[in-house]
Design a protein around this ligand. Structure first.
Ligand SMILES: *Cc1c(COP(=O)(O)O)cnc(C)c1O
Length: 401
């Protein structure tokens, strides 16, 4: 066979262009393959009609849906106890699609103060520009929340577990108040995850995730997902498709692979975080630990009631001595990297003053309780003794200053 021809004597450009298309599979793959294709072929005009009208299951163009996204959507919806899900290109993509599905010019939303920096940038820099009003309130203050409601308010945006101070709103009460006023509640469930607080339990109308964090779990993908009722998710999907925010196949494929071990990972993350929190609490160089699984956490009772599986996977703590003490701590950490994200299998730390809360003024940071000694740990699935040993080695020189 001459190198220019395939089996049918086709030109090289022809057979190259047709590599891998329409190969009938005689065997069933044991895990879902990656559908790394942007478009799907049809056997007939009739089939095209059937698929586009939703009468036959199928896909047309990957920006509007593909098998890897469907698998991710169904898995997260099931974890959350929700009817449906929509996979997006990132957590921010999911959040903006969810917000734009229910808000329009002239409406108003209430967001929890101290919410994720990317979220407040989306609200203040983009949604405000579109004529959407925004109020930030202390979400633990139900009276303040009630007072912020106006006739134009449509939505309350909360985080089920806040970053970095691990505060929880009394979600049952927030949802009840919002629903009394005909408002919807959108919960950012990225930190708590459905392992701790599924939508079915929180009672919110929709939840979003940065799948980039614990759901994916390996620091190797970017994706987001919105879950809620089929009716709401149909609206979210329309926005995500029209704005080009739908998730790509490879990220969904990685996320589904990560999700297979989600229960195991979360169990271990939470057990380890409890051990690390107790270790830090007992350390003389640590001024304060923020962990809902410790009895001194201001919302310990609420956490025991609301969170299903302990205090969660993340621990924050204040090092005595502020920024200069943190510098010594960072210099002496050997195995825990400074990594301004969270949710991977290895323990990482972040310094909110210089990362997530960098853009806030000192007054705003004070208002949110973010001090210069605050360090946030994403506790991994290592042997907890090794995590504590590394932290201990870095804290000893801080105490000896
Ligand atoms: C990371 C994060 C987001 C944004 O997710 P991306 O995947 O980075 O777009 C939203 N909310 C919270 C709480 C996050 O931690």
């Amino acid at each position: 066979m001459d190198w220019e021809s395939g089996a049918n004597g086709l030109g090289v450009a022809t057979w190259l262009a047709r590599i891998g298309s329409a190969r009938a599979s005689a065997t069933h793959p044991s895990t879902e393959p990656l559908f790394q294709t942007s478009v799907y072929d049809f056997e007939s005009l009739e089939q095209l009609d059937l698929v586009q009208d939703g009468e036959q299951v199928g896909f047309t163009y990957a920006r509007m849906g593909h098998p890897n996204a469907t698998t991710l959507e169904e898995a997260v919806a099931r974890l959350e106890g929700a009817e449906a899900g929509c996979a997006c290109s990132s957590g921010m993509g999911a959040l903006s699609a969810a917000l734009l599905a229910v808000l329009e010019s002239g409406t108003h939303l209430i967001a929890a103060r101290g919410i994720y920096g990317g979220t407040s940038a989306l609200l203040v820099c983009e949604l405000a520009r579109l004529g959407i009003g925004i109020s930030f309130v202390d979400i633990s203050d139900l009276k303040a929340l009630a007072e912020a409601i106006t006739p134009r308010t449509r939505l309350v945006l909360v985080e089920t577990l806040s970053n970095p101070l691990m505060q929880l709103p009394d979600l049952t009460a927030v949802v009840q108040l919002a629903h009394q006023h005909g408002l919807q509640v959108l919960a950012d469930n990225t930190l708590a995850t459905p392992w701790l607080m599924p939508l079915q339990v929180s009672g919110a109308d929709m939840a979003i995730h940065s799948v980039t964090k614990f759901l994916g779990g390996h620091h190797d993908l970017m994706a987001g997902v919105v879950v809620g009722s089929s009716e709401l998710i149909a609206r979210v999907r329309r926005v995500a498709v029209n704005l080009g925010q739908y998730a790509a196949p490879f990220d969904c494929w990685l996320a589904c692979r990560g999700l297979k071990t989600f229960a195991l990972r979360m169990q271990r993350h939470c057990q380890n975080a409890q051990c690390v929190a107790e270790f830090l609490q007992a350390h003389p160089a640590v001024k304060r630990v923020y962990y809902p699984g410790l009895p001194n956490h201001p919302q310990y009772e609420l956490a025991s009631k609301l969170l299903r599986q302990g205090g969660g996977p993340m621990v924050s703590f204040d090092i005595d001595g502020g920024e200069s003490a943190v510098e010594i701590f960072v210099r002496h950490l050997s195995a825990i990297p400074l990594s301004p994200s969270f949710g991977g299998v290895n323990t990482t730390f972040s310094y909110p003053l210089k990362t997530s809360h960098r853009s806030l003024s000192p007054q705003e940071r004070d208002l949110c309780g973010i001090g210069p000694g605050l360090v946030r740990l994403s506790v991994g699935i290592e042997d907890w003794q090794d995590i504590c040993a590394d932290l201990g080695k870095a804290l000893t020189p801080v105490g000896a200053r």
